[in-house]
Design a protein around this ligand. Structure first.
Ligand SMILES: [Zn+2]
Length: 353
């Protein structure tokens, strides 16, 4: 990451580009007051006479209702009165880009970053959490999205189509509280050495967050293990049962003599072994047993008949902002700035736009 903030202003940081999917041959785009332009942030849009248009690929060119257009991509926008634009079988806000892609077409939704955040925030943190916790989450999510955007600089989209259902339905729980948290922190981004940070977050750490290296193999100065008040909450405790068969599948051989052989400084499982020589690291074990069964790597294992009982603390990888910890700190009267400084030490909060 060598980009400094000054040139960032020229990068249209205020929009997100989300892949909607691919289409073969042609795609129908419709909306009231439909207009089109080139796929740039400063494009001039020309009104279309119809409320619907068919974009077709012919060879290496694009056609709108049978008329050829310049370039490899066209961007559509609905009129001010109606925000809803339909492309294929989806209704979206913002703009839709149709571009040449492989043998067919690719659709991309371009929406204001602040709208994107308001839509996804409710899926990332319960909207009933205190306002300062929601604001901290809004800044973390904005920073994370912006960092993804910079990482993908020059690419046609920054996040994959799996994010779409999160924005338009599915877990979308946009309401007044998420909108307020996003607006109150508009344009605020966490930086380190003047670049947006990798703002990882998780549900609960169980009492101590994990270092970026131990949790995600990201050795970053602002992802350090810090103490967290969530450890006192009953919600951060969990238990699970794992059968010998499940453990055999995860280890790739007999689970006889299964035990934890090393832990990180925050007590999370670093490596497990079995008598037959099987040995896997904690992150791999969690992926293989499933993230919902093995909610975190901070657990103790107890032998039962035919399997193991795991007693654990926390939910998630443990790096960066702990959401239940943010709630606890907000309940103690701490501000979202304090909360962010606690979980991302050494970072600066900057107003980017
Ligand atoms: Zn925590």
């Amino acid at each position: 990451m060598l980009l400094l903030l000054a040139p960032l202003h020229a990068l249209a940081v205020e929009t997100m580009r989300i892949a909607m999917g691919d289409a073969q041959g042609d795609v129908r785009v419709s909306g009231k007051g439909l207009s089109f332009g080139s796929d740039t942030e400063d494009a001039r849009f020309s009104p279309l006479e119809q409320e619907a248009v068919v974009v077709r690929r012919r060879g290496s060119r694009l056609e709108l209702n049978g008329a050829p257009v310049m370039g490899s991509a066209v961007r559509f926008r609905a009129g001010l009165d109606s925000q809803a634009l339909r492309a294929g079988d989806m209704a979206v806000r913002g703009d839709v880009v149709v571009r040449l892609y492989k043998d067919g077409l690719q659709l991309i939704n371009v929406i204001p970053l602040e709208d994107y955040l308001a839509a996804v925030l409710g899926g990332e943190m319960p909207v009933s959490f205190p306002p300062e916790a929601l604001k901290a989450q809004a800044v973390a999510a904005r920073t994370y999205a912006l960092q993804k955007k910079l990482e993908a600089y020059g690419a046609p989209f920054y996040v994959g189509s799996s994010v779409l259902h999160q924005v338009y339905g599915g877990v979308n729980r946009e309401d007044a509280r998420t909108r307020i948290a996003v607006e109150a922190t508009r344009g605020e981004v966490l930086t380190y050495d003047l670049a947006p940070i990798e703002a990882y977050f998780h549900a609960s750490c169980g009492g101590h967050t994990e270092s970026g290296w131990d949790a995600l193999q990201r050795d970053l100065p602002y992802l350090q293990a810090v103490d967290c008040p969530c450890g006192r909450l009953p919600a951060s405790r969990w238990s699970a049962t794992v059968t010998d068969a499940e453990l055999r599948a995860a280890l790739g051989q007999s689970p006889e003599g299964f035990r934890v052989t090393s832990r990180t400084a925050t007590h999370r499982v670093n490596r497990v072994t079995a008598s037959g020589g099987a040995s896997v690291d904690g992150v791999t074990l969690r992926r293989k047993l499933g993230y919902t069964k093995l909610k975190s790597l901070d657990f103790d294992a107890e032998r039962t008949s035919g399997g193991w009982r795991l007693n654990g603390r926390g939910y998630g990888h443990g790096a960066g902002l702990c959401q239940w910890g943010a709630k606890a700190l907000a309940d103690q009267g701490r501000s979202y700035r304090d909360i962010l400084q606690h979980y991302y030490p050494g970072t600066e909060l900057q107003q980017l736009y």
